[in-house]
Design a protein. Structure first.
Lengths: 516, 205
């Protein structure tokens, strides 16, 4: 068996059908990854839309758009959609498409299981949105609420299944010579962050089962705290691990420089994942524990170290000009801000738990670092994902809108939490300063939605309409194996055997050898 | 020589070629490890909720609930036997003993079926209505989830059995049987914890 093509036949790759049927039945990891990414971008747009609706409610005291307790449901809903419909599935999709390429594998370890995970996620996201429209969600009861809980379980299970496929691939199908210490930063981030997320999602599934029985048989309204730990400190740190991995991958390549010690990047990602396992922080009252406060403060360190690593790498290389590098660095900065805000919020004496301070932290991490990290990954890996390079101008505009919007929204929420003790998602209040801050939040939400829309429009313009720049195999002069194949890669990923890997930057080694 | 015997010797190590191996090495074992860890956390989460509800209640279980201890003991004992027969399946495959392998798979399914039957009988004896009390909700959440895990292990055993009948006994099949056995052991271990916490300790909580 001397060719990769033969290897793929040995792995039992099914034949891909043409057209729509091909997309629906595909088990090719690249196509699965693209559908995951498309679904997650739909989740981002819906989540950003719900955020704007919530922000409009704050324009003045009382309810403008929503009625009854629907504001509380939408408030919880945009957290659920942004985390389970955008942030986590984006990471799973990117990992599904890229990890086999990064490790030199011809495919994914369990392709049919990965397809099952994808379509379970798509259906569950549709059911979740349908349940909201039917009046389901937190504080609600009845059939729509049951549907909402089932959808949450489906989303958590789908994410776990998808991650297990990628993690098993990364653990068992690496190219010859690629030890874990030589694994690309993003692959490593998926391995440690994804592995930990599978475990955390399992606890979420347990809470879903419990909540379903209460809702379905005892008609008890869903308690928001059953699930909100999944998008609070320290769990938010775990959700951010793949995005830190993206930054650690993108910046060195675009600044043409290596880390002094590659293992340092891997260690900090592992620390971030370990500190981010937040299953113990439920209910949030547990934050009174000294240990929980210490973990919250310790969570500030990994983003700080990531930033230091990136700074040192850029200092020793050339200053990167591509927008993907800028997005990555700012995303890590926002992660640092988010971790700091989370640490302050964990101090019980400040009584910030349950106030809009937590909404502010969510905005910094998910709307800021998450959206920016996702955009940076799209701008950097678009050649491998779609065969096109995206416009730098559009990327700059989207990044500016997302940073300005997320920070404005977050500042307004943080100030309302700290100064006015405003409960998260409150619909009634008095005081002109609160209203002013809410109006500021509306501006921020609008900017975030605009930034998200710009990302999607640029993708549609470049890829769906074919107006983007056609990319060569290696437009960034990348260091890892995915840049050793064509853009987009062929069905078998690599048409020639992958060379034995001897370092974390195999392609740069090859170039150095040729030039010697 | 049986098919199993023919397939048994591992192919001699070939000279390594550049590139990724033709198939992932032990991916099923890694995935099974994750599945066991994930399912453990689901059960731990549910048992945590059960204990939390028990701690918050004045009377646990509610007045009038009579736990059918004898039936439950027999039910969980049959599950314990399934663990032994699952291990027997692996041993039979390792010694290329096809007849014993069929027998072991069959008995594993019988014991799994006995557990399902015993649990449904015990639920009927308990006469608990879901939603009627915190106790009923917590008991059903834990025991139904565990029952589903047992059913999943039975389904894996059915797959193992059919693959063996079809003559598939390659190295990959051995990995599948080993993983199926590990899954059975996990399901039995989880059942032991459920029996101890929900049924044995119920008077102490």
């Amino acid at each position: 068996m001397s060719t990769i093509a033969t290897n793929v036949r040995a792995a039992g790759r099914p034949v891909e059908l043409p057209g729509v049927a091909g997309w629906l039945t595909t088990s090719d990891h690249k196509r699965l990854g693209r559908v995951w990414l498309a679904t997650s971008l739909v989740g981002l747009l819906v989540g950003a839309g719900l955020l704007v609706v919530v922000a409009v409610e704050g324009f003045e005291s009382g309810q403008q758009v929503l009625t009854g307790d629907s504001l509380a449901r939408v408030q919880a809903g945009f957290h659920e959609v942004l985390v389970l419909g955008f942030l986590a599935p984006f990471a799973v999709g990117l990992a599904t498409a890229l990890v086999p390429l990064q490790i030199g594998a011809p495919g994914l370890a369990f392709p049919r299981l990965a397809a099952l995970a994808l379509w379970t996620h798509v259906v569950s996201l549709g059911v979740l949105l349908g349940a909201y429209l039917a009046g389901g969600g937190v504080t609600a009861s009845g059939r729509a609420s049951d549907l909402h809980i089932v959808a949450l379980g489906g989303l958590a299970a789908a994410l776990s299944l998808g991650l297990v496929c990628v993690v098993a691939t990364a653990a068992t199908w690496r190219a010859q010579g690629m030890t874990l210490s030589r694994a690309p930063s993003f692959t490593w981030a998926v391995l440690v962050g994804g592995g930990a997320l599978v475990l955390a999602s399992s606890v979420l599934v347990g809470r879903v089962i419990e909540s379903y029985i209460h809702s379905r048989y005892a008609d008890v309204p869903l308690d928001p705290s059953s699930f909100s730990w999944f998008w609070s400190t320290p769990q938010l740190g775990l959700l951010a691990v793949p995005f830190a991995g993206i930054a650690l991958e993108v910046v060195p390549v675009l600044s043409r420089s290596r880390y002094r010690v590659h293992t340092s990047a891997l260690v900090v990602l592992a620390a971030m994942a370990i500190l981010g396992v937040g299953v113990a922080a439920q209910p949030v009252a547990v934050l009174d524990d000294v240990l929980a406060v210490l973990v919250a403060f310790a969570s500030v360190l990994p983003p700080l170290v990531v930033l230091a690593l990136l700074g040192d790498t850029v200092r020793r290389g050339s200053r990167p000009t591509a927008v993907a590098a800028l997005m990555s660095v700012v995303a890590v900065l926002l992660l640092l801000v988010g971790a700091t805000v989370g640490a302050i919020g964990a101090v019980s004496g400040l009584d910030l738990v349950g106030t809009s301070w937590q909404d502010g932290q969510f905005a910094v991490v998910v709307l800021g670092a998450g959206v920016l990290g996702a955009a940076s990954a799209l701008w950097y890996w678009a050649p491998k994902l779609y065969g096109y390079q995206l416009s730098e101008l559009a990327g700059t505009a989207a990044a500016a809108a997302v940073v300005a919007g997320s920070l404005t929204y977050a500042l307004a929420q943080l100030a309302n939490g700290l100064l006015n003790d405003l409960p998260a998602g409150s619909a009634s209040w008095t005081g002109s300063d609160i209203t002013t801050l809410h109006r500021l939040a509306l501006v921020g939400a609008g900017l975030v939605a605009l930034g998200a829309a710009l990302v999607v429009v640029e993708l549609l313009r470049s890829i769906a309409l074919g107006q983007g720049f056609r990319a060569g195999p290696d437009p960034w002069q990348g260091a890892t194996l995915e840049w050793a194949t064509s853009s987009p890669p062929p069905a078998v990923n690599f048409t020639t055997p992958v060379a034995v890997v001897t370092s974390a930057t195999p392609l740069w080694d090859e170039v150095a050898e040729v030039s010697r | 020589m049986t098919v199993l015997e023919a397939a048994r010797p591992v192919a001699p190590a070939q000279e390594a070629e550049p590139g990724a191996p033709s198939a992932p090495r032990h991916a099923l074992a890694v995935a099974t490890g994750f599945a066991i860890a994930a399912a453990s956390l689901v059960m731990a989460s549910l048992l945590g909720a059960y204990l939390s509800a028990a701690g918050a209640a004045d009377v646990w279980p509610p007045q009038g609930v009579v736990v059918p201890n004898v039936a439950l003991l027999a039910t969980y004992a049959s599950l314990l036997l399934a663990s032994l027969t699952a291990q027997w399946t692996l041993a039979a495959l390792s010694s290329a003993d096809r007849r014993h392998m069929y027998l072991a798979v069959g008995l594993t399914l019988v014991f799994g079926g006995a557990f399902v039957n015993g649990m449904t009988f015990s639920w009927a004896q308990l006469e608990l209505v879901a939603g009627s009390s915190a106790y009923a909700d917590a008991v059903y959440a834990v025991t139904v989830t565990h029952l589903l895990l047992v059913v999943s292990a039975m389904l894996v055993s059915v797959v193992v059995g059919f693959r063996a009948l079809a003559g598939q006994d390659s190295t990959r099949h051995r990995e599948l049987v080993a993983c199926a056995t590990a899954w059975w052991h996990f399901v039995v271990a989880a059942g032991s914890v459920v029996w101890f916490v929900v049924w044995f300790l119920e008077r102490e909580l």
